[in-house]
Design a protein. Structure first.
Length: 281
């Protein structure tokens, strides 16, 4: 399998010109024992308010791009709406930030009320009720296997599809791969939850089935990332770090294949290894 395989959607991705700003700084060079002046690109952040109908759903801090993807993905991964419920998504900007307003054909499902805005690193900031924090997780469908060679090829090629991170070294990515190991869609964001929501929204708007192939994360596979993936039926979720114990329990409960420590030369399958062609005797 060619580790540089590219999908058609990956080839058409453009980075928002406002996604990064240049800063001048002093870098200390250990080998030369001296400082030198350098210019670095830093990722931008912006407040994004998401409303569903007339009801505020969340305020998140996100990278300034892919707002419609973020809105669509958020209502899908939070279980607020099904894909068929989404009628429209309107994006406006003012001095406070960006407002993403979704209109649904059916009444919205339960919205977990938030007392504080969500930070870029947090998926649950401001949740009002403790009972809302840990939700029941849906089971994903059986099947959906891929070869370990295809998954490895996608992991190896993922760096090539992160232009904003190549400039800043400071953002996360969430990507979808087809069953043959081609990267199809990638979204980047300062927040790992935002990156996954943007990916889910982009897949929905492109009519790409998230249950086929796998979803790759350059971030930690925390339990809420597993929850979000399960809400849209993702059957294989792979991340560059090890999952938390709660994330593993959630993945098992969801019938999901959870892969962690995904490196250029190896990965670890924590549960659901049968989808990758291996059964423990």
């Amino acid at each position: 399998m060619n580790g540089t395989a590219l999908g058609p959607k990956a080839l058409t991705r453009n980075v928002d010109r406002q996604g990064a700003s240049t800063a001048t700084a002093a870098a200390w060079l250990a080998l030369e024992d001296q400082f030198t002046i350098v210019e670095r690109d830093l990722p931008e952040e912006i407040a994004v308010g998401i409303t569903v109908g007339k009801r505020p759903a969340a305020v998140v801090i996100a990278s300034p791009a892919d707002y419609e993807d973020l809105g669509w993905g958020f209502v899908l991964t939070e279980g607020i709406a099904r894909l068929s419920d989404i009628e429209s998504c309107n994006v406006t900007q003012d001095k406070s930030g960006v407002r993403v307003a979704l209109k649904l054909a059916a009444p919205a499902g339960t919205v977990r009320e938030r007392l504080l805005p969500g930070r870029s690193s947090c998926g649950l900031c401001g949740i009002k009720d403790l009972d809302q924090a840990i939700r029941a997780i849906p089971q994903v469908a059986n099947g959906g296997s891929v070869t370990p060679e295809a998954l490895h090829a996608a992991i190896v090629s993922l760096d090539q599809h992160q232009p904003l991170n190549a400039r800043t070294h400071a953002v996360h990515a969430a990507a979808h791969m087809s069953r043959n190991g081609c990267i199809t869609v990638v979204r980047e964001d300062v927040g790992r939850h935002n990156a996954l929501d943007k990916l889910v929204g982009a897949l929905a708007r492109s009519d790409i089935d998230p249950t086929e192939g796998a979803v790759l994360l350059t971030s930690r596979a925390s339990y809420e990332m597993v929850e979000k993936a399960a809400m849209v039926g993702v059957r294989i979720l792979a991340a560059i770090s090890a999952p938390s114990a709660l994330a593993l329990r959630k993945a098992k409960a969801a019938n999901m294949t959870l892969v962690g420590v995904a490196l250029r030369d190896s990965f670890v399958v924590f549960c659901g290894s049968e989808r990758l062609g291996w059964r423990q005797s």
